[in-house]
Design a protein. Structure first.
Lengths: 308, 427, 314
């Protein structure tokens, strides 16, 4: 394939990765920003989202879109509920101590994985996309001095992949509106800025924490519901999204939601585009080193102002 | 279940019990308590219950359980029942080695058995060798025949990747095309495919235009497909892990209506329903199968017997749940290996751990294994020097959503010169 | 100085106990303990950076693997003698740690976690990329004949046990010595309050770099020994899991204690091993145990001991 169409294809693929990553990472960023804890089980909430999506779509017959719509609504709420329960029974009791939270969430990770393995099983299972048409894409070439459209071999995407990008964009706007325009968003931001001050002003910080933990997990689950028609649900699928969204949150600058989204786009796209020029594994190595070096030379992240 | 109406003598009673009559509900120690000679033969089964191998592990477990039940119904081994002691290795080489130690020194197993993933085998085999525990792996890796392991490690129930891959080359070159692009995972298993198939297809006058190695942690694949050269006639693909279905789907979406011929190793779709959404484009493509998951029109009685005992339907799924697709191309290895162990122990007059060396010598002495209930996948030829078995390979074509057999290789197609001679190593 | 004598007594007592245990333990636990001691040395190395200096790394598998591959590749590719290869592994680990330290120490806190994680991930992928030498994920075997060091066959159970004890004892004594030196006390000062340490005139960067190198070198020593003692070198030891394990062991055992890493490793090993024998759902048990420990023993096992019984525990 020529370089132009190849870059376009790689960018499209990168955009899908970026869209899902942005949702997952914004969830982690909220938890990180407001509660100041690293939730190692965040990837497992993502996995639960995918697995529950498979379960919900299996319950409902008829057109695949019907079951999928149900999953989109139900699954994030279910996962958020599980997360809130974990927060109230465990994290609250260890007072959100950063180190103990790491061990506790590793414990939660084990528990969720094993329970999923025992109930759902070890297989990777697919979910039928609500709509999925292969779209061949055109490219411009210059023949006899005039631009001309043609359809290069292999340059294509699917309507569903475009749908994922659009849906993720919509949800992100929603999260922004929630944070910036609602009272509950105000409470979250106040808690993020100064926990003690928020307490002093009578903000129910513990309830805000539980809510944030739930919303964070719900966003990860939503991202998983969106991706599961492309990638299958599997009980070990939570590792990658955890690492990637972790990276995105730091690169984006702690607690900065726009930074997180921009970093997700950068990482998603660079992953796709670097793979154009190098052999696949080498491309992964380079992309990984790039992330490390960005942080080495800009430790506060690309868009973070306040060093930590 | 056999029934015995006359009043049995003690000896006969033991024998009847050994036939499994009505005793299935009792724990083994209760069934055979008493006589030393009737103590069970303990087989440590290293099973991938968690980790990336879990989908395989579940079927390895079912096949092993079925084979052990069959052997026990037939009187066990040397009049002793077989007891399977299964422990999870997490599909991890470190834990694998620990489990082998546990078999040898804690559970007092007679042998270790059943490992699939190559890195677990290679991580565990040195410990098995040091502990002098006969270690029967079911891994299809080339590690045994390459001479990397030791005299205590054998692979008598499943063929290795080198023989499988090279046997495919004549069919691919003569039927599908000579210009091949290979897509494989960028780790040792993939590299074996790359090296052995490239050499084999060149020997057939073909060539590999491009090698595309995919990093093992990858979950999206489309971005690599433009590296496929335009004049490719055949795509040779093999992928393992939970993302295989994504890989195959995206391959289909990439090509759309203009795909080249495609030849894949069923590893790409092991434990996956071939009629899953998004796989429609596989219609008319070819697969290597170690053992065809679809019951073929000329199905052997042995396959029918094996299928029924393990609980697999004609489509290769569980009889209890049609969505639970088996790892049919690999799991027969557990069945056949246990039968080889039985034959070996009987030939060696195996009575206990002191006879471990003679068990290995007895297996090393084996050659032909005829197509039978003990070897339902097909006839086999065992090479005692390299500790590796050789057998027929199958090529199926997706026709009407089913994998139908189009070619069976001869055993000769799969042979290659010996690379090791374990029989020269001391016990 | 009475506390000092108690400290020394306790730790030498542990080593003596471990030495004596090899004569009475049944074969299975004997083998396990050899393994645990090598892994505990890894945890001790990790603890120097995490527990004493306050730097949380998620990339220690890089050092463990540097030691393992530095040793293994030399033996496998050139047929080097095991002792020389072991040394080479340790040096490889020290060099990798120095290089990583220079870069990663420009960051702090979570950014440090990510940078170390990313470098370790790049290291893991590099092992796969050079599959022609490393055999990638599959790894390779160090044959028994290549594991005879100065006439001592390391595949023999007693020799292995003794070697494991040596590796662990060395790591622990280095740690004990460290906490008594000025260098070690500066590290603790940095952990408690970096700004104050800087204002007191200490070169914080150099001290942290020293801690990274020491920690990486001990981890590499554990990695190289592990490969040599158990005869296998594989990429799974370079994966992110093996960066998280030492963190877990140290947190369980008690961060910033000399004895904690050993307790944590021992506890985690037998938690998995025993529950795996009882049930297939052993991860569930492990998960619940971790959660309970954070709820009821927040300072880790040794930390609780220090709080409740032995206030003098270093």
């Amino acid at each position: 394939m020529e370089i132009g169409p190849y870059l376009m294809l790689a960018s499209l693929e990168g955009a899908v990765t970026a869209a899902v990553l942005a949702l997952t990472a914004v969830g982690l960023s909220l938890v990180f920003g407001v509660m100041r804890v690293v939730n190692v089980a965040h990837g497992e909430f993502f996995m639960l989202g995918a697995v529950l999506a498979w379960w919900v779509t299996g319950l409902i017959g008829g057109h695949p879109a019907l079951g999928f719509a149900m999953a989109l609504v139900l699954v994030p709420v279910l996962v958020a509920g599980i997360a809130v329960a974990a927060d109230m029974t465990i994290l609250k009791r260890i007072a959100y101590d950063p180190e103990r939270t790491i061990v506790a969430t590793i414990g939660i990770l084990y528990i969720i994985q094993q329970v999923t393995l025992m109930t759902y099983g070890p297989e990777a299972r697919p979910v039928t996309p609500p709509f999925n048409t292969r779209l061949a894409l055109p490219w411009v070439e210059f023949a006899d001095g005039a631009p001309r459209l043609y359809w290069p071999w292999g340059l294509s995407t699917t309507s569903y992949k475009l749908g994922v990008i659009a849906a993720a964009g919509g949800v992100l706007v929603g999260v922004w509106a929630l944070m910036a325009r609602t009272r509950i968003g105000l409470l979250m931001r106040a808690t993020q800025l100064d926990r003690d001050m928020a307490l002093a002003f009578g903000i129910p910080v513990e309830r805000v924490y539980a809510l944030v933990f739930g919303i964070g997990a719900g966003l990860a689950a939503l991202a998983a519901v969106l991706i599961v028609p492309i990638q299958q649900a599997h009980y070990l699928m939570g590792g990658d999204p955890l690492l990637l969204s972790f990276i995105v949150v730091i690169i984006g600058g702690l607690g900065s939601l726009p930074g997180t989204v921009l970093a997700a786009v950068l990482i998603g796209l660079s992953d796709g585009i670097i793979s154009v020029f190098f052999s696949p594994t080498l491309a992964k190595i380079l992309a990984t080193l790039l992330v490390a070096l960005v942080l080495v030379f800009r430790p506060q992240g690309l868009f973070g102002a306040r060093p930590r | 279940m056999t029934k015995s109406n006359k009043t049995p003598t003690r000896r006969e009673a033991m024998k009847t019990l050994a036939l499994g009559a009505g005793a299935a509900s009792l724990p083994l120690w209760a069934r055979y308590a008493g006589a030393q000679s009737s103590a069970p033969i303990r087989i440590g089964f290293q099973v991938h219950r968690t980790g990336i191998g879990a989908a395989y592990g579940r079927w390895y477990d079912r096949t092993t359980t079925a084979a052990a039940a069959l052997i026990n119904e037939g009187g066990g081994i040397n009049g002793r029942p077989v007891e399977i002691i299964a422990e999870d290795d997490g599909t991890d080489p470190k834990r694998g080695a620990e489990v082998v130690e546990k078999f040898a020194t804690q559970y007092n197993c007679d042998i270790g058995f059943g490992t699939l993933f190559s890195h677990v085998v290679i991580g565990s085999a040195p410990r098995a060798g040091e502990l002098k525990l006969p270690y029967f792996v079911v891994s299809e890796g080339h590690h045994v025949a390459s001479g990397m392991l030791n005299r205590y490690t054998l692979q008598p129930g499943i063929t290795d990747v080198k023989s499988q891959v090279q046997a495919m080359a004549p069919f691919v070159a003569n039927t599908l095309g000579k210009k091949v692009t290979m897509i494989f995972p960028d780790f040792a298993f993939g590299h074996d495919h790359r090296d052995y198939f490239t050499a084999a297809i060149e020997a057939q006058g073909g060539q590999v235009l491009e090698h595309i190695a995919i990093p093992p942690t990858e979950t999206s694949f489309t971005k690599y497909f433009p590296k496929i050269p335009r004049d490719t006639e055949v795509i040779y693909h093999v992928m393992v892990g939970p993302a295989v279905l994504t890989f195959v789907k995206e391959l289909g979406e990439f090509f759309g209506p203009q795909r080249p011929e495609m030849f894949g190793f069923i590893d790409s779709l092991e434990a996956v329903d071939i009629s899953s959404p998004g796989l429609e484009f596989l219609e008319g493509t070819y697969f290597w199968e170690g053992n065809p998951r679809q019951a073929q029109a000329d199905q052997s009685p042995y396959d029918a017997f094996y299928r029924e005992r393990v609980g697999v339907d004609a489509n290769g799924a569980s009889v209890d749940d049609a969505r639970d697709v088996s790892t049919y191309s690999h799991m027969f290895g557990c069945w056949e290996t246990l039968h080889v162990v039985k034959a070996g122990m009987e030939a060696a007059g195996y009575a206990g751990p002191q006879d471990r060396a003679s068990l290995i010598e007895a297996v090393e002495a084996m050659t032909d294994m005829p197509h039978s209930n003990a070897h339902p996948q097909g006839a086999k030829l065992f090479n005692g020097k390299t500790h590796q078995v050789f057998g027929h390979q199958y090529i199926t074509k997706v026709t009407g959503g089913k994998l139908l057999l189009v070619h069976t290789t001869s055993i000769e197609d799969t042979l290659y010169p010996d690379e090791a001679d374990y029989t020269t190593q001391a016990f | 100085m009475r506390d000092g004598r108690k400290t020394l007594g306790l730790h030498l007592g542990l080593l003596a106990l471990l030495f004596a245990l090899q004569f009475v333990l049944p074969a299975y636990h004997h083998g396990n303990l050899a393994r645990i001691m090598v892994l505990a040395a890894y945890a001790v190395g990790y603890n120097i950076l995490f527990g004493y200096t306050g730097l949380l790394s998620l990339g220690h598998a890089l050092f463990f693997a540097a030691g393992m591959y530095g040793m293994g590749l030399l033996v496998n590719q050139t047929g080097a003698a095991p002792l020389a290869a072991l040394m080479a592994g340790v040096i490889a680990g020290a060099l990798v740690a120095a290089a990583l330290g220079v870069l990663a120490l420009r960051t702090e806190g979570v950014a440090f976690m990510i940078v170390t994680l990313m470098f370790a991930q790049a290291g893991y992928l590099t092992v796969l990329y050079f599959g022609a030498y490393t055999r990638g994920d599959e790894g390779f075997v160090i044959q028994q004949a290549q594991r005879v060091m100065a006439g001592i066959d390391l595949s023999d159970p007693s020799n292995r046990y003794f070697a494991g004890l040596l590796v662990f004892g060395l790591a622990m004594l280095i740690n004990l010595w460290l906490v008594r030196t000025r260098f070690g006390r500066v590290l603790i000062a940095i952990r408690e309050n970096e700004e104050r340490a800087r204002m007191l005139g200490y070169d914080v960067f150099v001290h942290k770099l020293g801690a990274v190198v020491l920690s990486g070198t001990i981890s590499a020593m554990a990695g190289a020994s592990y490969g040599l003692l158990f005869g296998y070198v594989g990429a799974s030891f370079a994966s992110v899991q093996y960066s998280i394990f030492p963190l877990l062991w140290v947190l369980l055992g008690g961060a910033g204690t000399v004895i904690g890493p050993f307790l944590g490793t021992l506890f985690m090993f037998y938690l998995i091993d025993l529950s795996s024998g009882l049930t297939t759902a052993y991860m569930l048990i492990a998960g619940v145990a971790l959660v309970l420990l954070t709820l009821f023993a927040p300072q880790g096992l040794a930390g609780e001991l220090r709080n409740r019984v032995w206030r003098w525990l270093p």
